[in-house]
Every structure is written in structure tokens, then in C-alpha cells.
Design a protein around this ligand. Sequence first.
Ligand SMILES: [Zn+2]
Length: 351
Amino acid sequence: MFKAKNLLLWAILILFTFTLLGCSTDTSGSIKEPEENSPENNGEEIVQEEPIDLKEIKANEVGQIMVLEWHVIGEKEGRWARTYENFRKDLETLYERGYRLVSLRDVLNNNISTEAGFTPVILTFDDGTSGHFRYIEKDGEMIIDPTCAVGILKEMNELYPDFGLEATFFVNKYPIPFEQRAYWQDKVKEVIELGMDIGNHTVNHPKLNKLSQEEVAKELALMVEMIEEVVPGYKMDTLALPFGIKPQDINWAVQGEYQGIDYHNIGVLDVGSTPMKSPVAKGYDPTLLPRVQVFGEGAEDNLLKWLDYFDKNPHLRYISDGDPDTIAVPKDQEEKVDTSRIGEKELIIYE
Ligand SMILES: [Zn+2]
């Protein structure tokens, strides 16, 4: 009896020792604590990636994406205007509800690298008003006004780096982009340096259905030339239709040439009024992409209406699998996929 109890104690002691040894030597292949700045790891953290559970994160890359649209951002709220305060709130709401900024061009190129389990959202601003981007003088230097849209976007990105810093500003030649005549070139450069985009909104903001093909081409090509002169090599390749009005033939808006200046828009954006289809969904049409306008307060807040709509219809919401090279779709949404749009990517259907 005494012996047996002694043996049991020994066995427990030995097991305990092995467990401790196991933890410190770690030959089991589990995650190791990286040694600080050892020559092997160059000071970088070694991260062993856990496989993503597509079902758990509810990945759905054939779901819909919102292209949000603001016009005036300023002191007053209105049908075509948002206050600075409400704009900041819009961004905070998006962040809290699992949305992350993605560039319009990345979506159009079906190159969405949003973190797994989150929903990409596109920000667009029409008409290049000063509330979008304003410089102010501070200690003899011109700095970004922290209250304008670019200032707020930068601040949000500093507070929440995983939110991202992506937006497209659709500008005209008349009036001059972002209104401060002496600084418009600096601002165009700065938008692009920050990793955001400048989009085409035509030279004169005309109703394109009233124009001939040559007049449409002139409106678009001269904008491409204007921006390229400021940022050589930058290709302006997205268009927001003024008033949401199409030319007589939509192809005139997609590509053309005027006096040797070519333009090719990989996306043409409407003014209204729904989320867009995934770039791999049947019926996706980059030559007329709908947008969701952000306006209204309280029960009339149009952004909140759409966010609630996706909460009530979660199967319609785009949720990223975190890997731009794979397209993950739940089995019950499979029929929405346009397989001709998958290209080089791997389609993963899961149950
Ligand atoms: Zn406009």
C-alpha cells in the first residue's frame, strides 16, 4: 500500500517535470517566443498564422460593397451637405461596425486585401470643395486643416491604423480642385502621396447627355492631362458622372481620346443609390456603379439605414477572407458568382 502510493507520487513528479521541460524547450511546433533581435529573426516577430475559419468569420466575397458619397462637407447639414462633426461620426460608426477602408481602384481590380472578417467600404467625395481638403496657416507654415475631410481621415488613421487611409476625390477644373487657387497642385500631390486617389469629374461639370462624343472626350481627357501635369505618371482612371447623367453612349465615358490625350476609366460612378455588387458577382457592371449618399440625421440618416439593412440581411454583406488571392463564398451564395470574373484567383466554396 505504502509502496504503491510512493510510486504514484513519483509518477506525478516525473510527468510534471516533463511538462515543464516541454514548455521551455518546445520541440512540438507550437508558437515560439521570438528572441529579441537575434540574428535569425532580424528583430522581426515570428508569427505563425492560424488557418482562417471561413464559417466562423462568415466570409462572403460575393456580397455587396458600399461606395459612400459625400458632396459638401462644412458647417451645415443638408441634402447635399454634411457637417465636419457628422462626417467624423460616420467614420467612427463604420469602424465600430466592422468596416475598413479600401481603395476604389483595388475593388475595381478585384484586389481586395481587407482583413479577414471585416467589410471593405469605399469613400468618395465629389466636386473638390474646400471642406474636403483645406490648408490653414500655422506658425508661418501651411498645414492640413484638422477639421477638413482629409484632416479627419488622417486623424482617424492615426487613432485606428487598421481602419486604413483610402478615398477618391473627384474633381473638376472649374472650379479649381479644393478651392484655394494657390495650393491646388500641392493638395493634388498630397492626396496621392497619402495613398489616396484623384478621380475625374469632368472639366466643367456638364450634363454629359447634351454633349457630342468629341465634347465628352474633351471634358474627360483635359482632366487627365491637368492631373498628369501635376503628378507625372499618375493615371486618373475613375470617373464620377456629374449629376449622375450618362452620355448618349456610356462607352464614350469609358474610354476615348482628345487631341492625342487618351483616357480609360476602369470604373464609372453614378450618383445614387444602392451598394454595389461584388466585382465577382453576376450583374456587376463597372461602367455604372451605384453609390450610397451620406446625408440625414437621426432616423433619416441614410448611412445608418444601410448599415442596419446589412445587419438584418447579413448574407448580403461582403465579408473578406483576408486573402486577396482567394474568393471565399458560402455554399448558399454560390449561384451569385460570375466564374468568368474569378481570373487567376482561387474560388473557395464552403458549407
Ligand atoms: Zn458633382
